[in-house]
Design a protein around this ligand. Structure first.
Ligand code: GAP
Length: 534
């Protein structure tokens, strides 16, 4: 099982490199851990993914607006948000080989039969099962045989370093050397703004896009005439100096987020939380994550951050394990309250509609004609709930790179298709949702003569003019050309053949069903437009 998952990941990584989806950053210099580049196909996939998200959560709605904030912000933002003090992982370093580990990822594993310890070792792992598998994988073949033959009375114990009694120190999972005591390690990348490089000029690359939205909430409210409930969306780069970047692009040091902060009345927060949780889950289903690998996991009470009232993760079963694609949280009024306090700016919202509805209750006749008393009562009422309050925030926060990786994993398919001689051959197809596919249509002349290339180029030009990513290919047997497009995830291949010369029809081959149908060549553009609709 583990082997086949690794195999699938290896095949996907190889395809992504071979076909130009994803490259290692600065590969010619040996790369750099946790940084990735998107090639010609990858960049189109990512742009399509972001465009689909933007279209669905901003442009098609009346209650959402967008924002594009700077990556470097006033460092006080990160004090208010808690990132300067709290955005850190306890780490241990190996005194010998200098490797650094997250304390909660180092496990001490032992296999013992009675008093006889067969294997005791330290490994890096996410959970008990992974730790046991890693310890076994690291054992020599003799020890492994003894463990495998030991039967039911074998005791297997796994203790993670962060759960060990304080007086115990662990051994390095890499070299067996001695580890330091756990130390806090802030995940924010630090830099300096301006010519002076001292503590007064320290700034950070943002570790999330969310804070740019919170700090602009007032300006958006004042300039856009939005009324509660409404949301602000942003797509942008975020940076975290992850201790252990791993699992391909899944945990990177530079990545993109697509985040929504949806502001609402506190009394409506539970309803909006449920709405966004379900809507965001469905979005992934609608874009191709249809298998049981996609799931929604509600956080237990004891998992919630101190300020959060509810949280759910959209998770995907990647070949390397089940992990989070997006989190949807009810963050209460925590962030706006923090910024109100730290920046000294008013973050409250006045609900005009509620006041208009209730204001008659504060007219003078309700106060025995005492205008002054009525005015004072109105003033007092207007300063508090339900008329003035700090909005609650529902935050659906997703990663572009993680979503792209999940779509790539789900899309990778091996099946069989007939070649040009009708012989069934294994084919690799990236069954990406047409809306996300990097290339929407490929256009081929069956042969390079009889005017077929000219007609094919005309169709290719028409597709491009309509804003559809099209690829023209006249090289090699048509079967090979299909295969190349299958690997790129192109949903439609259009072939100009002998019949085209007679009746101006072309064949359209569907990537997934392999069905070919003839349509008029002037219908190719609307056909493809219709096929990629979200
Ligand atoms: N504003 C809330 C926030 O940033 P988060 O769970 O830390 O919450 C949100 O991040 C999303 O950003 C995650 O669900 C994930 O998709 C993505 N993400 C976080 N760290 C990442 C990393 N190191 N590499 C790639 N994506 C990451």
């Amino acid at each position: 099982m583990a082997e086949s998952s690794n195999e699938l990941m290896d095949k996907l990584v190889a395809l992504c490199k071979r076909r130009g989806f994803i490259f290692q950053s600065s590969e010619i210099y040996g790369g750099i851990g946790g940084f990735w580049d998107y090639g010609p196909l990858g960049v189109e996939l990512k742009r399509n993914l972001k465009a689909a998200w933007w279209e669905d959560v901003v442009r098609r709605r009346d209650d959402m607006v967008g924002l594009d904030c700077s990556i470097i912000m006033n460092p006080k933002v990160w004090e208010a948000s808690g990132h300067v003090g709290g955005f850190s992982d306890p780490m241990v370093d190996c005194k010998d080989c200098k490797a650094r580990f997250r304390t909660d990822k180092v496990a001490m594993v032992s296999f013992a039969k009675g008093d006889n310890v067969l294997l005791a070792t330290a490994v890096e792992a996410d959970d008990d099962n992974e730790a046991l598998a890693a310890a076994l994988a690291g054992a020599n073949s003799k020890t492994r045989r003894r463990i495998e033959n030991a039967g039911d009375d074998l005791a297997r114990t796994v203790t993670f370093l962060n759960k060990m009694p304080e007086d115990q120190s662990g051994a390095c999972p890499k070299c067996g050397g001695q580890l330091t005591e756990p130390r806090e390690f802030n995940l924010m990348f630090q830099t300096y703004v301006g010519a002076l490089q001292d503590s007064s000029s320290v700034a950070y690359l943002r570790p999330e896009t969310a804070q740019g939205i919170f700090t602009n909430y007032r300006s958006v409210l004042d300039t856009s005439r939005m009324k509660l409930p409404f949301g602000i969306a942003q797509i942008g780069k975020a940076f975290r100096n992850e201790i252990n970047p791993r699992n391909y692009t899944f945990r990177s040091r530079e990545f993109e987020q697509m985040e929504i902060e949806f502001f609402c009345h506190p009394d409506e927060a539970d309803t909006w939380y449920a709405y966004w949780r379900d809507a965001r889950f469905q979005w992934y289903v609608d874009h191709g994550l249809k298998s049981a690998k996609l799931r929604l996991r509600t956080h237990e009470e004891d998992e919630l951050a101190h300020y959060a009232r509810a949280c759910a993760d959209v998770e995907y079963a990647f070949p390397f394990g089940v992990s989070e694609l997006e989190g949807i949280a009810n963050r209460t009024d925590f962030d706006l309250r923090q910024h109100q306090q730290h920046a000294g700016r008013d973050m409250t919202y006045f609900d005009d509609d509620a006041w208009e509805r209730d204001k008659d209750a504060f007219s003078a006749d309700k106060f025995d004609g005492d205008k002054k008393a009525a005015k004072e009562a109105a003033k007092e009422a207007k300063a508090t709930k339900p008329y003035r309050f700090i909005p609650y925030v529902i935050e659906p926060s997703g990663g572009v790179d993680r979503a792209a990786l999940a779509f790539l994993c789900e899309a990778y398919t091996e099946d069989e298709a007939p070649d040009e001689k009708g012989v069934m051959r294994k084919r690799v197809v990236m069954a990406l949702h047409p809306r996300l596919a990097p290339i929407k249509a490929a256009v081929f002349p069956l042969v390079k003569k009889d005017g077929m290339p000219q007609i094919a180029r005309e169709i290719h030009g028409a597709l491009k003019a309509a804003g559809l990513a099209s690829f023209y290919d006249e090289k090699g047997a048509v079967g090979r050309r299909y295969r190349r497009q299958d690997e790129a995830g192109t949903p439609f291949c259009i072939t100009v053949d002998g019949q085209t010369l007679d009746d101006r029809t072309v064949t359209v081959r569907d990537r997934d069903s392999l069905v070919q149908q003839r349509i008029a060549s002037d219908q190719v553009v609307p056909y493809v437009q219709d096929g990629i609709k979200g």
